[in-house]
Design a protein around this ligand. Structure first.
Ligand code: NOJ
Length: 678
């Protein structure tokens, strides 16, 4: 701007509760320039959300002023030590000697009838040195800089929190006051991310795929895992806490790179299960509060999460760890999982399918089971998968009687589904309290739903012929250029027994939008069927850099490198617009759909399985995959024209007689060559 180049980098150093804003300014002109810098921040106490929408009483608990001994603006309680376990907020500059003024009173700084666009103090170029003793607190610093022609200078701003009320800001400020310390902290942060991302890197014929898998998709998986659905602009601010099903699924997106943290989350989830086997729907670990409403699916997801952890790590010991139940007593994680399954087996409806309770994965099918008889076909598939996973885990844990019981229950639910929920060309979605099917050819609206079809395949419950038929029906009725609709046709009337899905106009959210999370399951289902072209075509349809281009960025609207929850469906005039980016299960499932199912690098209990299902036009790909303490460098070669089939594998030059790679020694690097063929 006006001959001054500015570069601003915000980051949080790995070890400290500190945000650093590194500002570099360069004088591009021929004249010496005198600049005034005014870093600005608004402070909030206790409850950020409340402070955003009102001017609450809490403002009057706190004071803000500049403290020369600390060399910083400090925001704190009026009674120091009143909340001794809470730290204070500090705001300052790396070059403290540059500070020529400050303001802590927002009104003083901004001025009446003005905004952050035109603060009075900035226009006048002179701080008021105001303090705030209860009221609207801000932190503003003024620093004067002189820049010779062509000269460049870097200043860092620190916004931090001390550990407790007695702790001083000084050591943090000193630690980062030298520019090299800031650079080193940034380098450490970059290295942390490199270490994290390098555990899985791919090189495919598609640059957009590589870019997403190697960086952005993994980054989003990590963000979703860390935040669950907290702090979501789209999801009620901070009121969603840790969703049981959401976090269980987010685990799938990080377990390959952060298995220890995944294990800790699995245990945290298990602590929010009740002794009868169901779980809280969501909870807030910091306050210990939660929502105990029963959903048909929540508790079952723990099996899927634990299964993925054991496949990745081989660590069965986690299953034997004792975890308390939410309502008292304790049991091993394995017992929690058994109870989750038994809870669903105990709660079935008139067709012998799992009760829907409040809803299932689809939160908006909350009108199905108001009277205690509504059933979810989708949950029946989820149960079938959980039973298969539990049977395998039980064998590994030496509990063969359990394994037999799970297999038997699996066969029974499979028989029930196929007898009661097959509609002729696809699977029904649910039965309402009145026994009416949703997602059947008999329905005028909501005739076919996506999830029962993809999960018929994923769960292994559909016989091969039905598996193909129902996924063909998906292609026929649900495919759009921008992904698969969740159902068709969307509801325009208000039939009983559906639920809050009907609140949405046709083509939005659960009422027939392209629901990206569910879309990813269809990618997996197609790969499981061996239809590599269709699997990849679906995968690519919602790949952010591709779909945003196809739709046009102006219409698509959200970040072209982040998955979003949904894309407006064809029944809405803005078909192709996207919304709810970042905190969505799409991140984890899309990631797994490409890596595990299309590239076919799939963790099994015995080792990493190589089973690609690629688009026929590809000639192969390369990947680096860390696994169980070692690392595989994998090269897959494929004749153009086929999708599936492994003809031969060598590891370090030796031919293998199985597609499951031998487990690596700790720290070993193995070269794996895969020849595909019919
Ligand atoms: C978003 C919610 O976070 C998730 O839990 C749910 O499965 C989907 N919406 C579908 O309703």
């Amino acid at each position: 701007y006006d001959g001054i180049a500015a570069d601003l980098c915000y980051f949080v150093p790995p070890e400290d509760n500190l945000e650093i804003w590194r500002i570099t300014l360069r004088n591009l002109g021929r004249k010496k320039r005198e600049l005034q810098l005014f870093p600005y921040v608004e402070f909030a106490l206790f409850d950020a959300v409340e402070e955003f929408y009102s001017h609450p009483n809490l403002h009057y608990f706190a004071v803000a002023d500049f403290f020369p001994p600390e060399g910083a603006v400090i925001y704190d309680f009026f009674m120091p030590g009143r909340f001794a376990d809470m730290g204070k907020v500090f705001f300052t500059l790396s070059n403290g000697e540059l500070i020529s003024g400050y303001d802590c009173d927002r009104e003083q700084f901004i001025g009446l009838y003005r905004s952050e666009n035109n603060p009075q103090v900035v226009e006048e170029g002179r701080s008021r040195n105001s303090a705030v003793i209860g009221g609207n607190a801000a932190g503003v610093l003024q620093a004067g800089l002189t820049l010779a022609p062509g000269a460049e200078t870097t200043v860092s701003v620190f916004l931090g929190v001390t550990k407790n009320a007695a702790d001083s800001a000084r050591p943090y400020i000193e630690k980062y006051s030298r520019p090299e310390a800031v650079e080193q902290a940034f380098a450490r942060l970059r290295q942390n991310w490199r270490d994290y991302l390098e555990r899985l890197q791919v090189k495919t014929p598609e640059a957009a795929v590589d870019n997403m898998i190697n960086t952005w998709n993994q980054y989003q998986c990590r963000v979703a895992f860390d935040w669950s659905r907290y702090a979501s602009y789209f999801h009620t601010g901070t009121f969603r806490g840790i969703g049981f099903r959401d976090t269980s699924q987010d685990i799938l997106g990080v377990v390959h790179a952060a298995p220890g943290q995944a294990a800790a989350k699995i245990k945290l989830l298990a602590r929010h299960m009740y002794a009868d086997g169901h779980s809280e729907h969501l909870f807030f670990p910091a306050t210990g509060t939660g929502d105990p409403t029963r959903y048909s699916d929540d508790h079952l997801w723990i099996v899927n999460a634990a299964d993925s952890y054991v496949r990745e790590t081989g660590d069965l010991a986690l299953l034997e760890e004792s975890v308390p139940y939410r309502d008292g007593g304790a049991g091993t994680l394995y017992e929690h999982m058994v109870r989750a399954i038994d809870y669903t087996l105990r709660h079935t409806g008139p067709h012998g399918l799992p009760r829907m309770f409040r809803a299932d994965w689809n939160d908006c099918l909350d009108g199905v089971d108001r009277e205690g008889r509504g059933e979810s076909v989708w949950t029946a598939f989820q149960l079938h998968l959980a039973l298969r996973q539990m049977a395998e885990l039980a064998v590994l844990c030496g509990r063969s009687a359990d394994a037999a019981r799970f297999r038997q229950a699996g066969a029974a639910i499979r028989e029930t589904i196929n007898r009661t929920a097959w509609d002729g060309r696809w699977y029904i979605r649910a039965f309402t309290d009145a026994g009416t099917p949703l997602g059947s050819h008999t329905c005028a609206e909501g005739r076919i739903y996506l999830n029962p079809q993809s999960w018929a395949v994923i769960s292994g419950a559909a016989p091969p012929e039905r598996a193909r038929l129902c996924m063909d029906a998906v292609h026929e009725h649900l495919a759009t250029p921008y992904g698969l609709k969740l159902l068709h046709p969307p509801y325009r009337s208000f039939p009983p027994g559906v639920g809050s899905l009907l609140n949405y106009p046709p083509g939005l959210k659960e009422n027939g939008a392209v629901f990206c999370h569910a879309h990813s399951w269809a990618v997996i289902a197609e790969a499981m069927l061996g239809r590599g072209d269709r699997a990849y075509q679906y995968y690519e349809r919602i790949l952010p850099p591709q779909v945003s281009k196809r739709v046009g960025q102006a219409r698509y609207r959200v970040e072209p490198y982040v998955y979003c929850q949904f894309i407006f469906g064809p029944d809405h005039p803005h078909h192709g617009r996207a919304s709810h980016s970042w905190l969505t299960g799409t991140a984890a499932w899309s990631f797994r759909s490409l890596v595990d199912w299309i590239l076919g690098l799939r963790p099994t209990f015995r080792g990493l399985l190589i089973d690609p299902c690629l688009p026929s036009g590809w000639s192969g790909y390369e990947a680096v995959r860390y696994f169980r303490g070692g690392c595989y460098h994998i090269r897959v070669h494929k004749p153009v024209g086929i999708c599936k089939g492994v003809a031969g594998i060598t590891m370090d030059g030796a031919r293998l007689d199985s597609s499951v790679l031998p487990l690596p020694e700790k720290g070993a690097v193995h070269r794996v060559e895969v020849e595909m063929g019919r």
